[in-house]
Design a protein around this ligand. Structure first.
Ligand code: SAH
Length: 403
């Protein structure tokens, strides 16, 4: 196969983006980023250049040292004590070996392969002219190359398989290289937790203090909740809820691995938390609800529609309704979403402050390059991380106080 004829996932054109993203998604990017919308959406198709980890220990230097002994060089992030990051290596395209044949991955598998994960059988859509042990190109469903690897099977065998499991392609040259954190002793000992910078900022904005009553309404897998409990020195009343047994089990595993104790976890539809636990009164609540996830990187395509986004909006506001009833007077609620749509950010704030006893309050650790969008007047009570400028996921945080 001739390399220069294969489309590269890091060189998408306007036509490619129009093929990969629904008209509604393109419209939203244009509305939010105006002349810079192409930069913004292109950056979403690639991972951030910094991969952040949170140090789950008060002795940050000790963990940094331990990581370095395990082969991982991290740098301290100046504005958050527990935040460190690794520089993500981008592929040197000149070093790509020749390959025979191609393996097409589905979108979800492609988004992992692009960062160095192996390609597993269930994520394979097709194999074209592939022999076992050959060097092959892995392509995304739109035909762009996302990595090179060694095929573990022949295409003819793949077609005959009734149960598809195991590794299909061992990736040797991903487009972006992120070290496998989960294999490190420091990870298994609970000294680190991979967490995006804006997620950490959301928790810092909540500013949980030892002794307070703090609730995470959408807690699994527990990234934010474990940070909350850490900052509270595990003292106080700390609650983490999620909607299914499976999710709560995942949450408990995270807390266990990170050695976080004194957290009350339960299966709960938190939209009705005020009815289910009528005596609960909180100083602080964090809501990190399901969202359109348009800021998650790398995202190589999205067919989400405006209708679906409006469904998320309606769903999200229900958590705020319950939160507004549970909060003590002057209590704080932080609402965060890994997306950039005004529908799930400013419009949520508008609805909450118009119809609920909540008012916007200024954020203190203002790291993002953008506050609220111009046609809403929320200023610094809204923090918008812009992927193409801040080198983070597209992520939004809103902060309110109970009146
Ligand atoms: N805060 C988490 C990530 C949350 S993702 C972290 O930092 O690690 C959103 C979560 O909301 C999912 O786990 C989902 O199961 C949960 N969720 C969705 N609807 C819910 C509901 N009605 N009640 C409680 N949790 C819900």
């Amino acid at each position: 196969m001739v390399l220069r004829k294969v489309k590269r996932v890091d060189r998408l054109t306007l036509n490619d983006l129009e093929e990969r993203f629904s008209p509604d998604v393109l419209d939203i990017f244009k509305r939010v980023y105006h002349n810079n919308w192409l930069d913004a959406i292109t950056s979403i198709t690639k991972p951030s250049k910094r991969y952040f980890l949170r140090i789950n220990s008060t002795d940050v230097d000790y963990v940094i040292d331990k990581l370095s002994k395990e082969g991982l060089t991290v740098r301290k992030y100046p504005y958050i004590d527990e935040a460190v990051y690794i520089d993500v290596e981008y592929i040197n395209y000149d070093e790509i070996p020749n390959f025979n044949g191609a393996v097409i991955a589905d979108r979800f598998a492609a988004e992992s392969v692009i960062e160095g994960a192996n390609l597993y059988m269930p994520g394979v859509l097709h194999m074209i002219n592939v022999k076992k042990d050959d060097t092959v190109a892995v392509l995304d469903p739109f035909g762009a190359i996302i990595g090179i690897g060694i095929s573990r099977i022949d295409s003819s065998d793949f077609n005959k398989m009734s149960i598809r499991k195991g590794i299909a392609v061992t990736i040797t040259h991903p487009f972006y290289k992120i070290p496998s954190i989960r294999e490190l002793e420091s990870f298994n000992n609970g000294l680190i937790y991979p967490q995006s910078l804006p997620s950490m900022v959301a928790v810092k904005e909540l500013d949980p203090q030892p002794g307070e009553t703090v609730i995470d309404m959408c807690a699994s897998p527990g990234g934010k909740l474990s940070y909350i409990a850490f900052l509270m020195k595990m003292q106080g009343h700390i609650y983490g809820f999620d909607r299914s047994e499976r999710k709560v089990n995942i949450l408990r595993e995270t807390l266990k691995r990170l050695n976080i104790k004194n957290v009350h976890t339960d299966v709960m539809d938190s939209r009705y938390l005020d009815l289910k636990m009528p005596k609960l009164q909180a100083d602080k609540i964090i809501i990190d609800p399901p969202c359109s996830a348009l800021g998650v990187r790398p995202k190589i395509a999205s067919d989400i529609t405006l209708k679906k986004i409006l469904d998320y909006q309606q769903y999200q506001i229900q958590f705020l309704k319950a939160a507004s009833k549970i909060l003590k007077p002057n209590g704080i609620v932080v609402f965060s979403v890994c997306t950039i749509t005004p529908h799930e950010v400013e419009e949520i704030m508008l609805e909450a402050t118009n119809k609920l006893p909540l008012e916007p309050i200024k954020q203190e650790l203002f790291i993002a390059s953008r506050s609220s969008l111009n046609n809403y007047n929320f200023g610094k009570s809204v923090q918008r991380f812009q992927p193409h400028i801040d080198d983070t996921p597209g992520f939004s945080i809103i902060k309110m106080k109970k009146t």
